[in-house]
Write a protein that binds this ligand. Sequence first.
Ligand SMILES: [Zn+2]
Length: 288
Amino acid sequence: MKKFLTAVAAIMCAGAAAYAADSPDVKKFTFANDVEVYAIRDKNTTMKASLFTDYTKTSSLKKEDLKKEYPASVNCFVMRCNFKTFLIDAGNYDPKGSLVTKLATINIRPKAVDYILITHLHPDHVGGLIDKDGGAVFPNAKVYVSFDEWKHWSPIIAKQKPTELLRQFRDAYNGRIQTLNPGEPVVPKQVYAVKAAGHTPGHCFFRQGKLRFVGDIVHAVDLQIEHPEYCASFDSDQKQAYQTRVSFLETMSKEGCIVFGAHIPFPGVGYIMKEGNGFRFDPYQPGK
Ligand SMILES: [Zn+2]
């Protein structure tokens, strides 16, 4: 009987692993040095062309050339490296806890998450950290946010409404929120914060080896990679957002980095390639 139960458990485990690889909302990627990343889709969405304006006023694109809506997504990522589990951004608040359900398909329990890396404090990046009672979904994780981002939002949080979600976040993770300056490591010699301000005053991204978790540097990949001069209306400083995007495109293409975008259509993973005087986005294809 014991042998039979062990065999059943083994089949169930194998089944769970297969489901994780094939789940429509979870996609696994494996990289050098046993680094694993799971892209997790919070939801599909679109970005209307009317949300974007040409910051430089020099674009060759005419208004009528802009497509009506660009495909987008809300993604977050789980990275496993050196026996640690990182959650990078957390998607929207969902009282039903869909992030936890998706993590369960890859056998990750909330208490097993060691580090949470937040690119910036917008609700579509921190909402998934809060449960239906306003408590912490992840009981053991340290949460990392850039110092500038925390400094910007703290007085706003203090006023409470309409930032109820952020107040809940601050209270639920009290004592576990760690601020970082750009260049500082989350884990020494492994994972670092990189300054990428513009979308918000303290927006940052995170790097591990060649991997770059870039948050909201790009919102509509089909528009802004080729035309980085187009800024989303919700960029808090369009000049800075534009400069950050241009320098990001140059650096990512030169260094051959693998980019993980919070709003690039799921799974949101690929390369920035130089093309003529501009750039293009090539989705990542394992084995190529
Ligand atoms: Zn966002």
